[in-house]
Design a protein around this ligand. Structure first.
Ligand SMILES: [Zn+2]
Length: 337
């Protein structure tokens, strides 16, 4: 019984001795190995060897950081499609590691995306700025100045591989600002001496256009000269219709509208014109008297003037014209003469 125990103790001692020798042996081997070799990471990208890294985690952090913010301003991110692989190995102590070279080769494959903002006018890109605050400021300033185009200006965030040239907000505001056109108002006229303007150019159109107005005859009488005819007293085409009537015959407004001219106008003599809207006007020329002033509104049938023979006229008659946007059309298409 005692000898069995003794044997066990002897065996145990032998084992301890063996383990100690083994540990010392391994230690010597490790010492020899690591005095000649060092642990590094071989870095490859898609199987291509880039070099040895001394510090894998530092290199990885550096690459991750670069992908987040690149190396210049306005970078949104850098897209590196294939990231490197790392494998542990032992190399001779004097072999140089090339972490910087590896880093540069990896980021060379990256595509940099920039983030900035485009200022749009009617969805067309006009200017570029770097921040959303600048966009808001530009839009607010144009609103404050009541720019005509304030409702057509917007902005959009851009992620692009090319960086556009930025414009400062003051320049953008100054160049986009459009002064609001004043509301068109009918001039207020206190007396007939202040006259409006009138188009009297000889510009005729023989076609029929629907003006959407039911005109009434301003006077009754006999047609003495037709639209478009040429006569001895005129050097050019007749822009209206002549209706003979005695001097003083009241002339009624052919349709409702606003008096835009009331006064003497060259060969037209005493002329009154009525704007019926949508560019449609009627002219009453050679009058003896004018009863309405510029700016006055008239109803259909209101007496606006009296027949006469003023201007280039050989006898009392009404020269009646229908003009659309300044072009004379044949009154016979609109009146019952
Ligand atoms: Zn005439």
């Amino acid at each position: 019984m005692v000898s069995v125990f003794k044997n066990l103790v002897i065996h145990f001692r032998t084992w301890i001795k063996f383990l100690i020798i083994l540990a010392i042996g391994l230690g010597i081997i490790f010492f020899i190995v690591f005095s000649v070799y060092k642990p590094v990471y071989a870095v490859t990208i898609s199987g291509k060897f880039l070099g040895y890294s001394n510090d894998k985690s530092e290199l990885q952090d550096k690459i991750n950081e670069y992908m987040k913010s690149g190396d210049s301003d306005h970078v949104a991110f850098v897209d590196i499609e294939v990231l490197p692989d790392y494998s542990f190995c032992l190399v001779k102590k004097d072999l140089e590691t090339e972490d910087d070279k590896i880093f540069n080769e990896v980021i060379e494959t990256g595509i940099t995306y920039y983030k900035y903002y485009a200022i749009l006018v009617d969805s067309e890109e006009k200017y570029y700025v770097s921040s959303y605050q600048e966009c808001e400021s530009i839009i607010q300033q144009l609103k404050d100045k009541d720019s005509e185009n304030k409702d057509s200006i917007s902005y959009v965030v851009k992620y692009e591989t090319d960086l556009k040239e930025f414009t400062d907000t003051d320049t953008v505001v100054a160049s986009l600002y459009v002064e609001k056109k004043p509301e068109v108002t009918i001039p207020q006229v206190s007396n007939s001496t202040r006259l409006g303007s009138v188009v009297t150019s000889i510009n005729v159109n023989y076609n029929y256009v629907d003006v959407g107005i039911n005109f009434r005859n301003p006077i009754s009488g006999t047609v003495t000269s037709r639209f478009g005819s040429v006569s001895s007293i005129r050097s050019s085409v007749h822009t209206g219709l002549d209706i003979a009537a005695s001097t003083g015959t009241p002339i009624a407004a052919a349709a409702a509208g606003t008096v835009t001219f009331s006064g003497t106008k060259g060969s037209f003599g005493k002329l009154i014109t009525i704007d019926h809207g949508n560019g449609v006007m009627t002219y009453y020329a050679h009058c003896n008297a004018l009863y309405k002033s510029v700016g006055e509104t008239v109803n259909q049938g209101d007496i606006i003037a009296a027949v006469g023979s003023t201007g280039n006229s050989t006898g009392p008659h009404l020269h009646l014209e229908v003009r659309v946007n300044g072009v004379a059309y044949n009154p016979r298409n609109y009146f019952a003469y």
